[in-house]
Design a protein. Structure first.
Length: 285
């Protein structure tokens, strides 16, 4: 049986491995957060159902319920029937490393799941900051609220984050489910120099992680990495889904030439468009 010291050492090994495998190159506080937060307190008791790194969807049961089984960069299943997973640590360490997170910030998390990555965000913003965590699934929200009760600066809300009417100014928005557009409540509340990381996904749940920054009235955007995600309720439209699917097929899944996210359709610059919808368009430069 692992001792408390062994547990801490396992988490530190896990975090240091993420530093290399993600990689994390901008914000070392991310490594410390992963080394501190006990993953097992959010995933429940083992053995766990773990996805193969080489073939996501091929799920096996961990050899034992020992804690070291989940201190690897693996995707752990929460609900196989619905295809819900806990999230791949290396992906989120990489994404967080691009969000300029710092103590005192206000973060909106969309799709808190059981709260593990919410706890990481809470460590990064510190007790002087605030994490507003939405979860549309009532049972997951209940579990997250219980798991995160010891963090006074986290608010877990059971509901649709796209309908949030009283959001404060946001320094960071990060979504853990696939969208087809940036909901206006999130965009309008993003602070100047604030950043978002949103999975933009097509009909088959695959797409890319978009990093969007606010610079006054402009929103520079780029693709961070290809990704696959469960659909985000409230943040998808069928016409946008089809347009994204077409654009992603044309890009062969590798989006490398984004410039800005623009509200509304293009007026004079359609030739510079990577994607055009009725509500927004993405330019190439």
């Amino acid at each position: 049986m692992l001792t408390r010291t062994d547990d801490s050492e396992a988490r530190r090994w896990f975090a240091e491995d993420l530093r290399v495998s993600s990689p994390v190159v901008h914000n070392p506080a991310i490594i410390d957060a992963f080394a501190k937060v006990p993953r097992e307190e959010y995933l429940g008791n083992g053995p766990w159902r773990i996805h193969s790194r080489l073939q996501v969807g091929a799920v096996h049961t961990s050899p034992s319920a020992a804690l070291h089984e989940i201190y690897h960069d693996v995707l752990v299943s929460l609900d196989e029937r619905r295809g819900l997973n806990s999230g791949l640590p290396s992906l989120w360490a990489f994404v967080f490393d691009h969000l300029n997170m710092a103590p005192g910030q206000t973060i909106l998390q969309v799709g808190t799941g059981v709260g593990y990555f919410t706890a990481i965000l809470a460590e990064l913003t510190g007790s002087e900051g605030r994490v507003i965590a939405y979860e549309i699934d009532e049972e997951l929200a209940r579990r997250a609220r219980s798991n995160l009760a010891h963090y006074a600066h986290i608010e877990v809300i059971s509901g649709d984050a796209t309908q949030a009417a009283d959001l404060p100014s946001l320094d960071v928005v990060v979504a853990f489910a696939g969208v087809t557009h940036v909901p206006e409540p999130w965009l309008s509340k993003l602070s100047d120099a604030g950043r978002m990381a949103l999975p933009f996904t097509g009909e088959d749940q695959w797409g890319f992680m978009m990093l969007l920054e606010r610079c006054g009235d402009t929103f520079p955007a780029k693709s961070l990495v290809p990704c696959g995600f469960y659909h985000c309720g409230g943040a998808r439209r069928s016409d946008e889904e089809k347009a994204l699917t077409t654009a992603l097929k044309a890009a062969r899944g590798r989006v490398t030439d984004l410039g800005q996210y623009h509200r509304g359709p293009p007026e004079n610059d359609a030739d510079n468009a990577w994607l055009v919808t009725d509500a927004y368009w993405l330019s190439k430069s």
